[in-house]
Design a protein around this ligand. Structure first.
Ligand code: 3H9
Length: 721
């Protein structure tokens, strides 16, 4: 065991209530029972170790089956332990000795997998001599999604079982593999179609008298350096594109490469070193925050888990434009029949043809089969009246963004829908309470703000009106999961949480151009920071006219004497609406490929000179600080005013709806990572330089004075609830 990482403690064996051993005649059954997902929390490895010892001591036992109690095998290391390790609250303990102990067992150990064998769970399974699985099980090394790499020999044993190319893919991309595919890859020895335990025990009996093969001693799948070299090069290239800015995928590739060049023992040492580097990185801390955050947002303090929900079996969508059509697809993809309503046959034909084209693209890209698409299309029924609306459980209104029209639609829905139906609006800016006022049942009205394209983007902002009932909120939160979305509950303020913050973010991007930065320079700085797109290119994609119309509607609310950006409005006045007019901040060719437009810069420079705005060189750091801290400052206000429940909710909104880089954890977590005093100081500087728009949020100031972070604010709020 010379390669147990320094300072790591090995597990001694003490059986406990997390691991049980029972017998089926000559086969020992070792059951891991650590609900909900049998994570390898402290006590579990010790229990497995002791159970292996016990079965080896028992002369009547010929083989063992290791199985998970409840709904799954082992979903991995206990992720909660990682932050304890990095903060020094708990020692770093290695699983490697346990896995060697299992592999060295003279009696065969059969791993029986149902549910998931993820991360440390798959590493545990690979240390067994054989693996059997239910056909619906999934296996994988998803560690990179947490900013780490497999840390218990996964990068060394996996290539020995499935070959280098597949191991690189699984460890660097982190995607799960079905048990059927795993069986074809040689990772699973047998699929058990009936009862897993019965099949696994029979399998164990069959192999009991054979020599127990050790994965670490296999080398036939490792191939030669010449064969492997292009695999690593291609993987590094792909990582640079698909997981831009992330460190863990590259570390995972390095670790698998070590398996092909070094002995198993040395390979494990390399893996341990890379694992530790990743674990202590800011990226991993951020991604672990995201993992728990995505689960935390489902928890609404005053809407308990046992709140009754309304069964949603049939729905209607009003408006068959881009958003309405996309929303109809979301329901159909979840197997829920949808009525898609628009004013007349022509509008419906356009809407349905767009849906058909979107589905055809998905088939072309291999995302869906034709049979799946045919089935989904059958679930969407175009209608031009409200006649059948008394049969639906929920309606999502997605008509043009205008209060008068929305009110008319909701008054119609109030007449046409049954009493318990949920009436939801997809508005992105309008007041939900005012919309609810057009009905006789405000408690049934709620906002469900999908993000474009609705069938692709994961975020669903669920907007709570003053009177939205708890039942309606609980139903929408639960439904979001069924729809494959991540639902985040927000309050009813202008722009809700996401777009309210997006305003100051894009305002700063415009100011920067008006102060002398080039359009591409602003976008490039944010893309380098990790954002999916720059703020100005995003505007072109969404349509600059959308924001322009909204700004015109709300202009009367602007405080006099406060600087407002002007460049985008003027571009709109010139008919430059973005990609749809092939001209916006950039110019576009017929394939919508962007290039810098000198005309835009010349125009903005002239407008700025007319307005007396001094021009200067602006660094990439300032560009990022101005845009990102504008998000943070507005986020702090939203939090303080109670329009978001937690700072982490804002983070999850930005990661899933606005392309903020996950490895930075979201704007609020990013601010904590930079250090709130530093962020606050920079905001104060901007306040001095640029005036009232940059007034620091009072919550931010208070946290800095108290030496606290947004994460601590969340914890305190949770404790007080
Ligand atoms: C690893 O293994 C490193 C190794 O190489 C070893 C290094 C030494 N730990 O998602 P759900 C909680 S890294 C702790 O809602 P589902 C989760 O927070 C790990 N807790 O259920 C939630 O708690 P709550 C590699 C965990 O059915 C509850 O369980 N493994 C863990 O939709 C239910 O979870 C992974 O990355 C965990 N490992 O999905 C797998 N997993 O109810 C991560 C879950 O209080 N897990 N919890 O909110 C998953 O992908 C999904 O949870 C899973 C179930 C697919 C398993």
């Amino acid at each position: 065991m010379g390669f147990v990482p320094k300072k790591a403690k090995a597990f001694g064996g003490n059986m406990n209530d997390l691991v049980r051993i029972t017998k089926d005649n000559d086969v020992a059954i070792i059951t891991i029972d650590n609900p909900p997902v049998n994570a390898l929390s402290p006590g579990v490895p010790e229990g497995i170790w002791a159970a292996i010892d016990e079965m080896n001591r028992d002369a009547a036992i010929k083989a063992a089956v290791v199985i998970g109690g409840g709904r799954t095998f082992v979903a991995g290391a206990d992720i909660k332990e990682f932050s304890k390790m990095t903060s020094g609250a708990s020692p770093r303990r290695s699983l490697l000795p346990l896995l060697l102990h299992i592999e060295d067992s003279p009696k065969p150990v059969v791993m029986a997998i149902h549910g998931n064998a993820f991360g440390g769970g798959l590493e545990l399974a690979m240390a067994g001599h054989y693996r059997v699985a239910s056909p619906l099980a999934q296996v994988g090394q998803p560690e990179v999604k947490l900013g780490i790499i497999p840390g218990a020999g996964g990068t060394q044993r996996l290539p020995r079982l499935v070959g280098v190319a597949k191991a690189v893919e699984m460890c660097a991309e982190g995607k799960p593999v079905s048990a059927r595919e795993a069986a074809m890859l040689g990772l699973i020895d047998q699929l058990i179609e009936v009862d897993l335990l019965t099949g696994a025990v029979a399998f164990a009996r069959e192999v009991a008298d054979r020599p127990a093969p050790k994965t670490r001693e296999r080398s036939e799948e490792l191939a030669t350096a010449a064969e492997n070299s292009p695999i690593f090069t291609a993987a590094r290239d792909a990582t640079g594109k698909k997981q831009r800015g992330m460190k863990a995928p590259l570390a995972a590739i390095d670790a698998v490469e070590a398996a092909t060049r070094l002995s198993f023992e040395e390979g494990c040492q390399t893996e341990a070193k890379l694992f530790t580097e990743c674990l202590f990185s800011d990226q991993s801390k951020a991604l672990i925050h995201v993992f728990f955050g995505e689960r935390e947002v489902a928890k609404i303090p005053d809407v308990p888990k046992d709140t009754p929900v309304i069964p949603v079996n049939r729905v209607a969508v009003v408006g068959s434009g881009t958003m309405g059509g996309g929303i109809a697809m979301v329901f159909a993809n979840a197997g829920i029949p949808v009525l898609l309503k628009d004013v007349d046959k022509t509008a419906l034909e356009i809407g349905m043809s767009k849906i058909g084209k979107n589905y055809a693209n998905s088939v072309q890209r291999g995302r869906f089969t034709q049979a799946f698409v045919d089935e989904r299309l059958r679930l969407i029924t175009p209608v031009s009246t409200y006649d059948a609306f008394d049969g639906v459980d929920m309606v999502v209104e997605a008509v043009f963004e205008g209060m008068a029209l929305k009110k008319t639609v909701f008054a119609e829905l109030d007449r046409a829908c049954r009493r318990r139906a949920i009436l939801a609006s997809n508005t992105s800016t309008l007041n939900i309470d005012e919309i609810a006022g057009a009905t006789s049942r405000s408690e049934a009205v709620i906002g469900t703000h999908f993000f474009s394209p609705a069938n692709v983007m994961r975020l669903l902002e669920i907007v709570r009106g003053k009177k939205s009932s708890k039942e309606v909120i609980a139903t929408c939160m639960q439904l979001s999961k069924k729809l494959g979305k991540i639902g985040v509950l927000v309050g009813n303020c202008r722009g809700f949480a996401g777009n309210r913050m997006f305003g100051p973010y894009r305002r700063e991007a415009q100011f920067l151009v008006e102060e002398g930065a080039d359009v591409e320079r602003v976008d490039h700085a944010l893309v380098e920071f990790g954002c999916a797109m720059g703020p100005l290119a995003t505007g072109d994609l969404a349509g600059l006219d959308v924001g322009w119309r909204i700004r015109k509607e709300y202009r009367h609310l602007d405080k006099p004497g406060i600087r407002q950006p002007f460049a985008e409005d003027r571009l709109c006045e010139l008919g430059r609406y973005g990609q749809k007019t092939l001209k916006g901040w950039y110019r576009y060719d017929e394939n919508r490929r962007a290039s810098a437009d000198p005309e835009v810069i010349a125009l903005v420079r002239k407008w700025s000179a007319d307005a007396g705005i001094p021009q200067r060189q602006i660094s990439a750091d300032e560009i990022v600080d101005r845009c990102v801290y504008a998000l943070v400052n507005e986020g702090a206000r939203i939090l303080e005013e109670g329009y978001a429940l937690r700072a982490v909710d804002i983070d999850i909104i930005y990661l899933n709806g606005y392309g903020f880089p996950a490895y930075r954890g979201g704007p609020m977590w990013h601010a904590d990572t930079v250090g709130l005093p530093k962020v606050y100081q920079r905001i104060c500087e901007f306040h001095q330089q640029h005036g009232e728009l940059w007034a620091p949020a009072p919550l931010l100031r208070r946290l800095v004075e108290a030496g606290k972070t947004f994460a601590e604010f969340d914890k305190e709020q949770a404790a007080a609830a």
